[in-house]
Design a binder for this molecule. Sequence first.
Ligand code: FEO
Ligand code: CA
Ligand code: CA
Ligand code: CA
Length: 641
Amino acid sequence: MTKHLDDMLVSNASANPTFDEILQASVTRRRFLGIAGAVVSLPAFAVLTGCATSDMGSAPTIGFASVPPSTEDRFIVPPGYRAQVLYRWGDPVGMASGLPAFRSDASNSAEDQALQAGMHHDAIEFFALPEGPGGATRGLLAMNHEYTDDGLLHADGMKTWSAEKVRKSQAAHGVSVIEVEFAGGEWRVVRPSPYARRVTASTPMTIAGPAAGSEFVRTAADPEGREARGTLNNCAGGRTPWGTYLTCEENFNGYFAAGATIAADQGRYGIRKGGWGYRWHEFDSRFDLAQNPNEANRFGWVVEIDPYDPQSKPVKRTALGRVKHEGATLTLAADARVVVYTGDDERFEYVYKFVSRDRYDPAKGKANGALLDHGTLYVARFDADGSGQWIALEHGANGLTAANGFPDQAAICIRTRQAGDQVGATRMDRPEWIAVHPVTKEVYCALTNNSERGGKGQVGPDAANPRAANLYGHIVRWREAGGDPAATRFEWDVFVLAGDKQNPDPARRGTVKGDDFGCPDGLSFDARGILWIQTDASSGAMRSADWARIGNNQMLAANVATGEIRRFMTGPRNCEVTGATLTPDGRTMFVNIQHPGETPSERSDPANPRQYSNWPDHDPAGRPRSATVAIRREDGGVVGT
Ligand code: FEO
Ligand code: CA
Ligand code: CA
Ligand code: CA
């Protein structure tokens, strides 16, 4: 999500290395690399790791013509490509229990909304039908609905407020599973479909892993602490090799209103007195921490959903830690243990990795989900010499003891940020999506921006976050020791500093080879090893003069072997380009467009809902709608070639 105004505050007040220490270390590193500039470039990484860039996969080429920057209220793809809007906020999901049509004045009820696409589409994954390899023309799309703009969600916005509006808002959150089919040259949503499902902020789900049943998650409604209700602020996601979807709870803090005093544990997660203005607590005491102080501990998790079984109960996997999870990117270690990378998206927060205790066994099918309950959670330290360490967040190790506030592993899973503080993790510039190269297993992490870096009272630049007032963001990558994702050491460098090459201010120019962009957020590799980058510059940032040459949020393709970056599509006005996923044959890419027409307050004026965008319907009486778009080549070829 674009950062809500209330999130200008920084939750991480932990002690960190001083600016002088960082500067000294950074200078030492530059000397070691033998380059003059402050930024480590691609060839420097080759020097550092002793590997030639040509061994980073098969050096695929990018075949499409670059799309110029745009400020139009349109979705633009390269010549030879077609884009089809497939699934908009309010479209019926396809449950047999009802197919309520969207009403353009937003007068649908909460009950309708629970049978319709939620708002603010984010991560998306394609699951083949029938389940298994293949399935390029029929499948399921599982996707997130991150949050709501209640100014658009209700006919009269938030001028009046009611329990019904809270229920509608809760029903517009969560996840959709839809069935889709390619026939006659177009994709369509299959309605009704036995797979169609909405998971919302009210759906019962199992709490599993070390925090399950602990004192931290017990509530009056759930004295055992084993069944949560709902998922919210589902931002990025991931998928498992056993055919399940991982959806990640990000800015959960914003939904809770603190009591008279904000406990330190709540403050560390950014919980504020009145919340972020969702106003759920006014009609649902679950979100009033004065009444239900533990409810906030039941969010901030990675949630596993089986998209193939609409009756299955989603599972909150607490072993992966409780943070503002951006995504959960899974890969396999050399010995088939499961490794999950996850970022905590807030200024100065950390990058994490979970390594399972047990090995993946394809014969066990969905039961492999239990792998995510037992293992070791690590947090990353990026050292100035280009090396890095994964520090175990394990009870009894690295100062994570009862004396320091961690009586057991459940406490570490609940207070994951504090555990990261305790072990001296590196404070990053808002870690968003993480992608693993399909061949080399190199890991790429989007650091979307951090305007506060080097600001008054804040920590300054370091080697891994080298720019003060980092408006454009950057992408860091690392290679695990021995090429094994389970390793506890790695070597890293900065893949690219995003920026505006023509900017008169050298600090804003970046190191992009090819098309400019800013604020990388979504990241994923295709099977060829092309890195797809989706951007999320806030609409406020885009209005500034700095951004005129970059334009609306967009998607780009990066050749990580050469460093070339090419713009593939541009979105409508004030949107964010969020998740993207390809069919197994690579011939269709589904991409989500979030909050077209976002207003500075992130709550639109219901009297003038189209003031910034009227995409995709361009209905004079309608409202802008987040939507899933299917992109194909007109000749049916592989996307990106
Ligand atoms: Fe919801 Fe960090 O983007
Ligand atoms: Ca967003
Ligand atoms: Ca973002
Ligand atoms: Ca994001």
